[in-house]
Design a protein around this ligand. Structure first.
Ligand code: ATP
Length: 507
């Protein structure tokens, strides 16, 4: 793990964003709990998504479907037969891995070599450095790129064909070793990712239930209920936020890949034939959503799928540059009529839309946007956490850790401090302001420590505004309001504080 990533993980714990699940029992792999600031940030991410999708689109409505669904759902959706990952064991270390992830990590390592070469050259050439040109003329870099291209192509083909032997060949040929340095691999075999459990009153296979591995199916089976009860006409969408469960083999990278996680999904029902246009529309709309949160364009990119899932006729990922490289953050999938068609077939119930204009009934096509809430959380945190020289100070050793979250996402919007905690008048004035502001947005009162320490703590949890009550406040009812990123301080009348903060935290 890179130092930057380690820092992020420990920051999440130290400041109450994320804890390991069941930590007193040494934790449960790939399961995490959100702490007091984590839950606020996560709720804000969900709210921002919900507003953008449901509130801002008159033709998108929400639902909250149950996690348990009739077991036939997962037969129809293809998850019972095809929701597999290729599994490989290492005989020496007795550790288990996902074959395609091992190969991807090998590719990441080659990519890191390229990055190293490029960074070195950029330093050497200074302003005159042309990265594009360097990449296409430097022999060593071109060699690495060729390796990456060949491996990526073979991996994609093997995944599309379900060719487990080829995956094993790749691992052996590339001399991939596991964490312990050992290379004694078994054959690759398929592993189903669904967690199963049992209904109490039905014995055996009949009572077997699954924890949903995606929220989408709860939307598909409710398609007609929602369409009829809300009198929607095509195109229209159904959005949902909820838990999903996958028995992931590779349990690394913190909350990037969890066994219990949350998804924010939207299924957009459209007439067949219009999928290419809607695919384009949602690709652009979702990218705009990320950019509006202040995520730099350079950290986001589209990545077309090399191998399409069984349900899709087109699919693209929005990738984010995590501390461990560009990885999938969100998927946009053109799912055709696969899901509704399968449910219709297996249930024997019509899942069709009656078009009032053409007077025809048909199974709609579906365009899906699917983003992991936890992955969005990780992207948001890794984007926001910076260690920097304190603005306005000359001493380069005077640094601070600050979480530059978009104010709309910040867990606490405003903190109020008395300049001195042992002055009764300052304390009571500060508490009075706090007690007023807390009705409008999440606010904190704090006086445990020097004013400098209080500011640092709020910086570390990303609070955009700090209000300090000083002696002048007692005379003229004004306070200072300090902005987190620029550290500018303004003197404002107390009665205007609420208005000022409100205006700035609004999306
Ligand atoms: P991956 O290839 O990383 O396993 P996927 O392609 O299987 O992901 P989808 O089935 O498209 O993912 O799920 C949609 C979104 O749900 C992903 O873009 C991701 O943000 C999130 N997601 C999927 N699996 C996990 C997980 N195990 N932990 C956290 N988020 C996840």
């Amino acid at each position: 793990q890179s130092d930057q990533f380690k820092k992020l993980v420990s920051h999440c714990k130290e400041y109450g964003f994320i804890y390991q699940s069941s930590e007193v029992y040494d934790g449960l792999a790939a399961v995490y709990d959100y702490g007091p600031y984590g839950v606020e940030l996560k709720n804000n991410i969900k709210e921002y998504w919900w507003k953008a999708m449901v509130q801002m689109h008159e033709n998108i409505v929400g639902i909250d479907a149950a996690i348990f669904m009739h077991p036939k759902t997962w037969k129809a959706s293809g998850h019972v037969d095809a929701f597999n990952d290729p599994l490989i064991d290492n005989l020496d270390s007795k550790k288990r891995y996902r074959a395609d992830v091992l190969i991807e990590e090998h590719i990441d390592k080659i990519e890191a070599k390229i990055t190293k070469e490029v960074t070195k050259a950029a330093k050497r050439f200074g302003d005159s450095f042309d990265e594009q040109q360097y990449r296409s003329t430097n022999g060593r870099v071109m060699g690495y790129q060729e390796q990456i291209d060949t491996i990526t192509k073979r991996l994609a083909q093997a995944m599309t064909d379900g060719n487990l032997e080829e995956l094993k060949n790749l691992i052996v040929e590339l001399e991939i070793a596991d964490d312990t340095g050992s290379r004694n691999w078994t054959d690759v075999r398929q592993f189903n990712l669904m967690f199963s459990t049992q209904l109490g009153n039905i014995a055996g296979e009949e009572g077997k239930l699954y924890l949903r591995p995606e929220t989408a199916q709860g939307i598909f089976v409710n398609f007609l209920n929602v369409q009829k009860t809300t009198r929607q006409k095509l195109p229209f969408g159904i959005a949902q936020i909820g838990k999903a469960f996958r028995n992931e083999i590779t349990a690394r990278q913190f909350i990037f890949r969890m066994r219990e996680f949350e998804q924010m999904e939207m299924q957009f029902f459209i007439p067949p034939g219009s999928q290419a246009d809607w695919y384009k529309y949602w690709k652009e709309a979702r990218m705009k959503w990320h950019l509006a949160l202040g995520t730099p364009q350079s950290k986001l990119r589209f990545h077309d799928h090399d191998n399409l899932a069984h349900y899709a006729d087109a699919a693209v990922d929005i990738q984010f540059e995590f501390p461990f490289g560009f990885k999938e953050l969100e998927g946009i999938h053109s799912r055709t009529d696969f899901d509704l068609g399968s449910h219709q077939e297996l249930s024997g119930k019509k899942l069709q839309y009656f078009d009032p204009e053409s007077k025809e009934s048909y199974v709609p096509y579906v365009l899906e946007t699917s983003i992991g809430c936890d992955r969005m959380f990780l992207a948001t945190m890794s984007n926001a956490l910076v260690e920097e020289q304190v603005p306005g100070q000359d001493d380069p050793n005077n640094t601070r850790e600050v979480l530059k979250l978009h104010p709309a996402l910040a867990p606490v919007k405003c903190a109020v401090f008395p300049l001195k905690r042992n002055d009764e008048r300052l304390v009571s004035k500060a508490k009075e302001i706090f007690n007023q502001l807390k009705f409008s947005f999440p606010t904190q009162y704090d006086d445990i420590g020097s004013i400098g320490k209080l500011y640092r703590r709020q910086d570390a949890i990303g609070t955009p505004y700090c209000i300090t009550v000083d002696f002048e406040s007692l005379d003229d009812n004004t306070v200072t309001i300090r902005e987190r990123d620029s550290l500018t301080q303004e003197r404002v009348p107390i009665e205007r504080v609420e208005q000022i903060v409100k205006e700035r935290i609004d999306m």
